[in-house]
Design a protein around this ligand. Structure first.
Ligand code: IVH
Length: 670
């Protein structure tokens, strides 16, 4: 047989064994036999270099391919997935999709078909094949642009250098996740220890670090693997479902995770989630959840994307892992509203892929509940992006020298007196406390408040230290000269900052209210206040009673709002801010109320069946004139409107001396 033919035959044979081994996990020959074939091919190619080709299994590592690390633009952005953490999230995910599809298609689908796959805990890559040959590998980068790492990708053993089979598009981009197996990870770290090198925190970091090596030999030595989950530029093939496309990837010889499964409805999703969760520990690689993808491509297209994630897919994250570590110390931090929060300082420990050093302890009552002492062994819980928590204390293991956690007598930052009257202990110094001041300013400038760019924590600390900022209004008096005198600031950044401060003066009422940092007044409440009062002056003068007329404002929040504006220091600060030129357009949703209307600021309860109007319409009508419609009848109720067949409420109203009105009587007064 001529040499070229022999070489091609050996290559084909080796590739078939590769596919059987890597794609199907079903080796057809022993390692020894494989090695023999491989060295036979190597020898022949050495003897006859004219027959070497880039896709030969011997050429994974070759000078012909280098990593240029140039930036490559992704033809189609590499997006991320939105996350779900519990059953409810997954149910909502399906409901959302069903509603959207039915609305757009005028259909009445009740259940959807999904493909469930493991959420592989590695790094995303893109691999491009032209005419079936691997020509480029790239990292995900920021989703739009990544780094070109072709030479490294070629060294990954389960990625074919050339595709097999039919219908291969001229240009095909495959996407997948690069992983380091748990075994390989242990081996790598063992070796790093022996060589006195830094170890990797987890297999994902190890995969990412190994993939971004300049020298492909190092990447090769790390034993990475890939699982492909999608491809683009194959519209010509007209696949109908994601499942079909996964089968096609396999036919081309690409590795697809064999845990992928077709499931029906969110129930099917959850069943898969539980089953895979049970096997999570025995899988040879790390996964951090399950991905559900709408199977039908037409449905995917219809539902589309929201910001940078597809609506048609979701990652269902496994609950956080819990680990044990030691409590080294407890520090007391001062928050924006002066709340003193104990923070656990832990012996650093890896939880679900992240090194944890701190955990929140909420308040002293929580410390008592946990029976926690410094020196204790504690169980830490971390769920998704949430701040880690101490869940239990292993009191059996308590060391003899464990010491009690003591709340300081005065503020750890400004040494002012602490208010102990509530569960949450607070520093009483307000903005005179540098910690409260810093947090307040951070809140004031934040994107959803006054949206001032270019004031990082370090910069703010310096401005506070120099006493140039003692309250938010001082921001509007900063000068170019002052800012330039601060280390590491340049003309450009200073002028950007001053511009941003200037631009922030043009704002919206609800943003301004939110930025004041009134206790318990988040964005939603701020919006409600703006819509209800329509201007700042009315809000500043609002009584607790009038605040209670706003849906969702309860007595505690009302009290916070009223006392905020009653405080002279706050009054002064608000005036100063307005004097700086902060302004806003008229509030769009504000409905001017006739303060003389008989139902203005009255609390009304409805009972029985109304005849001329529905309950909902009645409620809206009352709210439109500034009444509060409540379900609960109490001393504070002003009117009970009585429809047909009323229940026990009428009797109760009489005993409480609440005025009852018939439907007609009420409507006459409107
Ligand atoms: S699909 C828009 N499938 O998760 C579709 N991604 O947050 C995104 N990932 O960057 C990709 N396992 O690296 C998909 N079975 C899977 C996945 C998976 C892990 C990663 C991927 C992506 C990130 C999305």
């Amino acid at each position: 047989m001529d040499v070229e033919k022999k070489i091609i035959q050996l290559r084909t044979e080796i590739k078939q064994h590769d596919v059987a081994y890597y794609r199907d996990s079903q080796p057809t020959i022993s390692d020894k036999q494989y090695d023999e074939l491989f060295s036979k091919l190597q020898k022949l190619e050495q003897q006859y270099p004219e027959f070497i080709s880039a896709d030969s299994p011997t050429q994974r590592l070759t000078a012909a391919f280098t990593n240029k690390f140039t930036i490559v633009e992704h033809e189609v952005p590499m997006l991320s997935l939105s996350n779900g953490f519990d059953e409810e999230d997954i149910k909502d995910f399906e409901t959302r999709l069903i509603e959207l599809l039915n609305k757009k298609n005028g259909s009445i689908i009740e259940e959807l078909n999904f493909v469930a796959e493991p959420k592989l805990d590695g790094v995303a890559i893109s691999v491009i094949y032209e005419k079936g040959q691997l020509v480029q590998g790239a990292t995900r980068g920021d989703g739009f642009r990544g780094e070109e790492i072709t030479a490294n990708v070629r060294t990954i053993r389960n990625i074919p250098l050339s595709l097999e089979g039919e219908n291969i598009p001229d240009r095909l981009e495959v996407r997948g996740e690069v992983l380091m197996s748990k075994k390989q990870f242990a081996r790598c770290n063992q070796q790093a220890l022996e060589n006195n090198e830094k170890t990797f925190a987890n297999p994902r970091n190890a995969a990412s670090g190994s993939l971004r090596q300049l020298d492909p030999k190092i990447t090769q030595s790390r034993g990475l693997a890939v699982y492909c989950y999608s491809f683009i530029n194959a519209e010509v093939l007209e696949f109908k479902t994601h499942w079909e496309s996964l089968q096609q990837l396999k036919i081309w010889g690409l590795p697809v995770n064999n845990e992928a499964c077709q499931v029906k409805g969110f129930k099917g999703c959850l069943e898969y989630f539980l089953q895979l969760g049970e096997r999570r520990e025995v899988l040879p690689y790390e996964i951090d959840g399950v991905v559900y993808k709408l199977n039908d491509f037409t449905q995917q297209k219809t539902t589309g994307f929201v910001s940078r994630s597809p609506r048609w897919a979701i990652a269902h994250k496994f609950p956080a892992k819990e680990v044990t570590t030691e409590l080294l110390d407890v520090e007391f931090q001062v928050g924006r509203t002066g709340a003193i929060t104990p923070v656990a300082k832990l012996k650093p420990v890896e939880v679900a892929g992240v090194t944890v050093r701190n955990a929140t302890l909420h308040n002293m009552a929580e410390i008592e509940r946990l029976n926690l002492k410094i020196g204790d062994f504690v169980v830490i819980h971390r769920a998704g992006d949430v701040i880690p928590k101490v869940v239990t204390v292993l009191t059996d293991l308590r060391p003899e020298n464990a010491s009690a956690i003591v709340l300081p007598n005065d503020c750890p930052v400004c040494h002012a007196h602490l208010d102990h009257s509530e569960i949450i202990v607070r520093c009483t110094a307000g903005l005179n406390c540098p910690a409260q001041l810093l947090e307040s300013i951070k809140h004031f400038v934040s994107r959803r408040a006054m949206n001032i760019d270019g004031l990082g924590e370090k910069m703010l600390e310096k401005l506070i230290e120099k006493k140039w900022i003692m309250s938010p209004a001082d921001l509007y008096h900063l000068t170019q000269e002052q800012l330039l005198s601060i280390e590491r600031t340049g003309t450009k950044s200073v002028s950007n900052l001053l511009n941003s401060i200037e631009n922030s003066k043009k704002t919206q009422l609800h943003r301004f209210i939110y930025s004041l940092g009134i206790r318990e007044v988040g964005e939603t409440t701020a919006q409600l206040l703006a819509d209800y009062f329509g201007n700042l002056e009315s809000l500043r003068m609002a009584t607790v009673d009038s605040l209670l007329h706003i849906d969702d404002v309860g007595p505690i929040v009302a009290e916070h709002i009223q006392s905020f504006f009653a405080e002279p220091r706050n009054q002064q600060e608000v005036d100063r801010l307005l004097e700086c030129g902060i302004h806003w357009p008229a509030v769009k949703n504000w409905k001017m109320h006739d303060t003389e209307h008989p139902f203005y600021q009255k609390t009304v309860v409805l009972t029985g069946t109304l005849t001329s109007i529905t309950r909902e319409e009645a409620k809206q009508k009352l709210q439109a004139v500034g009444a509060k419609v409540s379900n609960a009848l109490s001393k504070k109720t002003d009117y009970l409107i009585v429809g047909e067949d009323p229940g026990s409420k009428v009797k109760k109203a009489q005993s409480l001396n609440v005025q009852c009105l018939t439907e007609d009587e009420w409507l006459n007064k409107m």
